[in-house]
Design a protein around this ligand. Structure first.
Ligand code: ISE
Length: 337
């Protein structure tokens, strides 16, 4: 049984806690911390014997905690992940791994110094059955060498605390990670385009936003992001190869053709669309922690590369120029992953 301490008991933290109790075998949430102690206390009442800690670092150091799940506000991640590495405890960190390239770089340095991989980052799309099926088609070689990808990330609306820049750091970050993962390549340049602002988008938001992403191997990925599409949560992906194309299938559920019309399900939120992916990522993480091995999911390097890409995306957005990210060398620790 892996005894887990959760830092951050907001919406995504509570969803993870629920999953750890219902859909994941071999895990128990024993410790909680939140910057709002009342919220942590109220979440603790639904858990058998979970203790609330006054600080995240106390929780990480507690002997009763075997592994840490960080789901607090992104800007707070770095010190928690560093503390978990210092304690040599496995840590699952929601995206972003940390707020900037420099902060992620410090995490890489700490993990390299520890000499083993302890960090998994919550890029759950890599566990989504539809994305996995797409990746298998690419790996099978049946559509030949992939040349292009068209991706769309349409959100029905955004929370009140969202900002225009977060369309890159919080939304497009998933598509940037998926591009690296599907093409097994790194990002070489990003250009951002902002067509006429949607009437429903808040003043000053780059909504819609299109990122044109050049991969080091020469493939090109276009990513459309909408923050206020209203009609539903719509995630698209199509890869164009030398010999054919492969498309992300729509979410599970039957498509019905009847009375001259086609109807199918469209998820309302990302929690619904990626429900199975969230279950699968936590199961995999807990399994690897129980086995005592390195995590099998997105690594600190992936979290770092995503931060480098979002920093470049923001620079491209604000300057209007094609921006080349400075990734640096991949440490040996991450080469065999
Ligand atoms: C949100 O934070 C997520 O991570 C979702 O997966 C993403 O689709 C959404 O745009 C983000 O705001």
């Amino acid at each position: 049984m892996v005894r887990i301490g959760v830092i951050g008991t907001g919406m995504i933290g509570q969803a993870h806690i629920r999953r750890l109790g219902t859909s994941v075998a071999g895990a128990r949430v024993v410790a909680l911390h939140d910057s709002d102690p009342e919220r942590a206390e109220s979440v603790a009442t639904s858990l058998d014997g979970a203790r609330v800690y006054p600080s995240g670092t106390d929780l990480i150091a507690a002997p009763e905690v075997d592994a840490v799940l960080v789901s607090s506000w992104g800007a707070t991640h770095e010190p928690y992940v560093l503390a978990a590495i210092a304690e040599r405890k496995p840590v699952f960190c929601e995206k972003p791994l940390a707020a900037t390239q420099q902060a992620c770089s410090r995490i890489l340095d700490a993990e390299v110094a520890a000499g083993r991989r302890l960090v998994q980052v919550g890029f759950m799309r890599r566990y989504d059955p539809h994305y996995r099926a797409l990746r298998e088609v690419l790996a099978s070689g049946s559509i030949g060498r992939p040349l292009l990808m068209h991706a769309a990330h349409r959100n029905p609306s955004m929370p009140t605390w969202f900002t225009g820049d977060m369309l890159i750091t919080d939304s497009a970050v998933h598509d940037l990670d998926v591009a690296r993962w599907l093409f097994a390549d790194e990002i070489a340049a990003i250009t951002a385009y902002t067509p006429t602002r949607a009437a429903r988008a808040p003043e000053g938001w780059p909504d819609p936003l299109v990122l044109l992403v050049e991969l080091a191997g020469g493939a090109l990925v276009d990513i459309e992001v909408l923050g206020n599409a209203r009609f539903g949560y719509d995630i698209r992906g199509e890869v164009v190869g030398e010999d054919g194309t492969a498309e992300l299938s729509e979410s599970a559920g039957a498509v019905v053709k009847r009375a001259g019309a086609v109807r199918g399900p469209l998820p309302a939120t990302w929690l619904e669309r990626f429900d199975a992916a969230f279950d699968a990522e936590l199961r995999d993480w807990v399994d690897t922690v129980r086995a005592g091995g390195p995590p099998g999911g997105p690594s600190a390097w992936d979290g770092y590369a995503a931060a480098v890409a979002t920093d470049a995306g923001l620079a491209a957005l604000h300057s209007g120029a094609r921006t080349v990210p400075e990734l640096g060398d991949k440490p040996d620790l991450y080469r065999a992953q």
